[in-house]
Design a binder for this molecule. Structure first.
Ligand code: PRX
Length: 639
């Protein structure tokens, strides 16, 4: 058993010490013993966080798919790599072995090559959660194409923006995607997006739902027409350690989403390391992460981390509420899941349901539970612990980000202590710190501040695609020389971290990262709207929800407010996708502003959270009178 996987708290402490005292030796030895390399590195780490410029394993050559697939074939070719659980309960699950995965990925890679895809080309994947999505991700990696997976709940505009930002050459999509009782018309949405995407040469369409779709001659091709003719052997492209592996978009505090770039070697090394340490994965465990591959959680902990560890990973096409709110527990029982990794928002929704939906299923296979994406409140943590884990399963509350590539702060299952609402301790190799508003590091253990990371870790994002300046400004300028996470955190006397939430204009709704500026821009486009300010407010199930304060042009003041409200919600939903839709819209005659014209979102956040006093001094505002009106009209509906 590798010494790099902690088996006791003592192990954890000594690995942590070693990783901070001699990081290069630590990561170098781990990387050497754990992966196949085509060529070894010249140096483990070169970095200058002020620039920022970081390279891990420079000079090395590899292909991540050789590590996720080929090297398992001899010993574990017949082991199940992916268990596919379809949306419908009466459709058969698929058990895809590593040998079958190899053939499918190689054929998909050859399919891409047959369309002229080459190393460095950007490929957009806009697909349902079916095995072909995993094949496509890995096929891109095999031939060195850079995948950009766009979550299948996103709208045509969001898809078009992402395709254009990366100048993608190809889109892979499906006729439709099952989501509970609904079908998302993925091809129709893609068609709509592509009216604005000049770089796309072809669309490859997977048949999944058998909807009628229109196929544009010369551009659109059925997946099976190409796939069936391909050979199951596609040699790997030799990749440099720092070649990009993928781009994944995340919302920022301006309207434009940020294409985070992750690179081959460091990402591979750290997702494997964190997967095995945090979940304490054992060779025959069945592991299920309920995220979508459209998010970083799916990239790192459905595909790359588990597969590079030779694990069995469950891919679920459906939603927790279909055909009823017991679906998760039915799937756990059916596949004898040992490790379940899900989101607090799902836990809160499921905790509201009749407990018989849980108790009718045998959950005794479970050993470890995990959460990700947002803070988990104590009540939800305890419900998860008692009713799902039967007080026998450690809960790993994993803190990390699209930008970090892998889990940075989390308990290690059964090894380090768990504390409800705390992500607890940093993983080996991770050096967090808390900063005060004056830019000084807070030395006391027991403290609260802005969460930064002091030292590089292998899976950190290297840049924002096409915009290194924005990368530097967003993450490396607030505290020069440190990576600024955008989160606030508390630390207790034992060094355990508790994430308190975002300190910027990003709101986490049901675990999804939404930029308020992007939503404001869309609301502003409505003909009746003069100005909008969007903030998050606490919501029982979703963690946070969106509250929009909107001022209307004179001509629209007297119009039917209810209809207008619906109209604006619909506009946001259609343009950005349903997850961005405001829960509450409050019309007001003015928004509180500073004398320089900046909207005081701090006040609006308090109003939305129903904290209707203690605004501090508002006399310096340009228009303090509007605050009382806003308070008086605070909406309490739909909470
Ligand atoms: O605010 C933190 C919250 O989610 C943000 C990152 O979102 P995203 O890039 O979409 O990645 C989500 C999946 C890794 C963080 O800045 N967050 C994530 N995990 C936790 C969390 N907040 C508290 N506790 C967590 N475990």
């Amino acid at each position: 058993m590798s010494r790099f996987f902690a088996r006791s708290f003592e192990d954890y402490k000594s690995l942590y010490q070693e990783s901070t005292n001699t990081p290069e030796t630590f990561w170098g030895e781990f990387a050497k013993e754990s992966f196949s390399w085509i060529k070894p590195w010249d140096s483990v780490l070169e970095h200058d966080l002020k620039k920022p410029q970081v390279s891990w394993f420079a000079g090395a050559q590899l292909n991540i798919t050789e590590n996720c697939i080929d090297r398992h074939l001899e010993k574990d070719g017949n082991k199940t790599a992916i268990i596919f659980e379809p949306n419908a309960v009466d459709e058969k699950a698929k058990y895809i072995t590593y040998a079958e995965l190899s053939v499918a990925v190689n054929k998909t890679a050859n399919l891409l090559k047959s369309l002229g895809v080459k190393k460095g080309d950007r490929i957009c994947l806009y697909m349902p959660m079916v095995p072909e999505l995993a094949y496509a991700v890995l096929a891109c990696a095999r031939i060195g194409a850079i995948h950009s997976v766009v979550f299948a709940g996103f709208s045509a505009k969001s898809l078009a923006d992402r395709i254009n930002d990366a100048a993608c050459k190809l889109v892979l999509t499906a006729d439709g995607g099952y989501r509970g009782s609904k079908i998302t018309p993925l091809k129709a949405i893609t068609d709509d997006a592509l009216t604005q995407c000049p770089t796309i040469e072809h669309v490859v369409v997977l048949k999944r739902t058998n909807q009628k779709v229109s196929m544009l001659e010369g551009r659109d091709i059925w997946w099976h027409d190409l796939y069936d003719q391909q050979s199951g052997n596609c040699p790997v492209e030799v990749m440099d350690a720092e070649d990009p592996l993928f781009i994944l978009y995340t919302s920022g505090s301006t309207g434009q989403p940020k294409g985070m770039v992750h690179t081959c070697a460091g990402y591979m090394v750290y997702t494997n390391f964190s997967f095995r340490n945090v979940f304490q994965y054992q060779p025959n465990d069945v592991y299920w992460c309920t995220a979508d591959i459209g998010w970083i959680t799916g990239h790192s902990y459905i595909v790359y981390g588990p597969l590079s560890a030779g694990a069995t990973t469950v891919m679920f096409e459906g939603v927790p509420s279909y055909p009823d709110m017991g679906r998760f527990w039915q799937v756990v029982e059916k596949h004898k899941v040992n490790i379940l990794y899900t989101a607090p928002t799902a836990i809160r929704a499921l905790a509201k349901c009749d407990l018989s939906l849980v108790t009718q299923h045998d959950l005794s296979s479970l050993k470890t539970l995990g959460t990700v994406g947002e803070p988990i409140n104590k009540e939800a943590w305890e419900w998860y612990d008692q009713n799902i884990g039967k007080s026998q399963c450690p809960i790993v509350d994993t803190w990390w980000q699209t930008e970090t590539g892998g889990i940075l702060i989390s308990p290690l299952s059964g090894i380090t202590e768990t504390i409800p609402t705390f992500a607890t301790l940093p993983l080996p190799g991770v050096q967090p710190c808390l900063m005060d508003d004056n830019g000084n590091e807070i030395d006391e253990q027991n403290a609260e501040g802005k969460l930064c990371i002091k030292f590089p870790w292998p899976s950190m994002a290297r840049t924002i695609y096409g915009n290194h300046k924005r990368f530097k400004e967003t993450y490396y300028s607030a505290f020069p020389g440190l990576y600024f996470t955008g989160d606030g955190a508390k630390r207790d006397q034992n060094g355990n971290y508790r994430i308190t939430g975002r300190v910027d204009d990003v709101v986490i709704v049901s675990g999804h990262n939404l930029g308020t500026a992007e939503i404001e821009n869309i609301i502003d486009e409505h003909e009746a709207v003069t100005e909008a300010a969007v903030v998050g407010y606490p919501h029982d199930i979703k963690g946070n929800s969106i509250y929009a304060f909107v001022t209307l042009s004179d001509a629209h003041q007297t119009k039917d407010a209810k209809a207008l409200e619906q109209n604006i919600k619909q506009l946001v939903s259609n343009t950005l996708g349903p997850i961005s839709k405001p829960e509450i819209i409050q019309f007001c005659s003015g928004l509180p502003k500073t004398r320089s014209g900046k909207i005081m979102r701090r006040i609006l956040r308090k109003v939305a959270a129903n904290e209707l006093d203690a605004f501090g001094d508002i006399s310096t505002l340009l228009n303090p009178e509007c605050v009382q009106e806003i308070v008086d009209n605070r909406k309490n509906e739909m909470r």
